[in-house]
Design a protein around this ligand. Structure first.
Ligand code: ADP
Ligand code: MG
Length: 355
């Protein structure tokens, strides 16, 4: 069939005059903690994803990547809440969708894959039906056609002997096979956007590489945009067209993958990739450890959240870093950073918020 074989030429990137597939502006997600304190896990985030584009979202653990991914899909659970911002998908406001529109949107237009595939699969249902379900419910195929479709999808994601594997239960799959099944489910309806949150972190290194290759090839073939959340810079180097770096709930730098890896402008990004040799060829390169830890997001001060760990600030003795939030600075076209030091060293004008 069907899903994986349709070849379209994806339109990569998001030129200025073309509406991006997804446009996020000022997105802020807050958790209300006991005692009335508020924790902003996502703070005033602007981000676009173009049609067919692979955007890597990186940052240390606890920086807000998962909450951000959940916020896009409106899957944040109380006490968390999106408190500000707009999410436009093909120009339609996701924040204004009714429950019915949301579930239709999530079913048809966006797919998602999470870190633990086994926990996302129903343990008591044969995987064939779990893959066939979107075809039955959304495409309104007959049971027979949906079952045949499931076999085809499992074959397309590289499951051996798919005619037999459709009958298996999730516990009979290896971790890598379970993630392949999740990819088959997520891509069954050829979504326009796939959100994958650390999809290979739980797998061993050789399997990781195969799964990532499958993700990239499937998305390219279907013209599906991919938001790939990861803390592995090697993954980003090999897969992404563009990279966004998250720190303490904010996107601190964003740009095309080549310039981000070779000429990062934000001291945080510089620290992350400083020690990673030959990223282009590297596999499983972890983010470099930067001295210090990410701050408690419920106790952030007025200044840049990275200031206490920042070499550039220490070197240039920039007072503003601790007093106020830096504004986005345009480093070069489509490359921006949220840093007083980047502004000072590059001497460029504040950029327009959207690329
Ligand atoms: N249910 C919750 N209640 C309170 N705080 C939460 C909750 N979920 C996440 N957070 C906080 O949000 C921040 C970002 O978390 P997360 O998005 O999971 O980070 P990442 O995915 O980058 O590792 C963390 O400080 C975390 O403690
Ligand atoms: Mg996470």
């Amino acid at each position: 069939m069907m899903a994986m074989q349709q070849i379209e030429t994806p339109q990569t990137g998001s030129p200025k005059n073309v509406q991006p597939l997804l446009r996020i502006t000022g997105l802020t997600t807050e958790f209300r903690l006991e005692g009335g304190r508020r924790l902003q896990a996502v703070q005033d985030v602007d981000l676009d994803i173009g049609a067919g584009e692979i955007l890597g979202l990186v940052g240390e653990s606890g920086s807000g990547k998962s909450v951000f991914a959940q916020s896009i899909l409106r899957l944040v659970q109380p006490p968390g809440q999106v408190v500000a911002g707009a999410i436009a998908f093909e120009g339609r406001s996701v924040m204004d969708m009714s429950a019915r529109e949301l579930s239709r949107w999530r079913g048809r237009d966006v797919g998602m894959i999470f870190q633990q595939p086994q926990s996302c699969l129903n343990p008591v249902r044969r995987i064939g039906w779990q893959v066939a379900e979107p075809l039955l419910l959304q495409e309104k195929l007959s049971r027979k056609a949906a079952w045949a479709g499931a076999v085809d999808l499992l074959r397309a994601v590289g499951i051996p002997a798919p005619e037999e594997k459709v009958l298996a239960y999730p516990h009979q799959l290896s971790g890598g096979q379970a993630q392949r099944v999740m990819i088959a489910i997520a891509l069954a309806l050829k979504p326009k956007l796939l959100i994958a949150d650390e999809p290979t972190t739980a797998l061993d290194v050789t399997i990781q590489a195969q799964i990532l290759e499958l993700l990239r090839e499937s998305c390219r073939m279907l013209g599906t945009s991919l938001l790939l959340v990861t803390h592995d810079l090697g993954v980003v180097a090999r897969l992404a067209d563009r990279v966004a770096v998250m720190y303490a709930g904010r996107i601190v730098e964003e740009g095309p993958v080549e310039t981000m890896l070779t000429a990062p402008a934000h001291p945080y990004t510089q620290g992350l990739i400083g020690a990673a040799p030959q990223l282009g060829q590297a596999r499983g390169v972890r983010l470099k450890d930067i001295p210090g830890t990410i701050p408690d997001l419920s106790r952030l001060g007025a200044g840049c959240a990275f200031a206490p760990r920042c070499d550039a600030r220490a070197g240039q003795n920039l007072e503003s870093c601790t007093l106020s939030q830096p504004l986005p600075v345009s480093i070069r076209p489509r490359h921006r950073a949220l840093c007083f030091a980047a502004k000072a060293s590059s001497a460029v004008s504040p950029c327009e918020i959207s690329p």
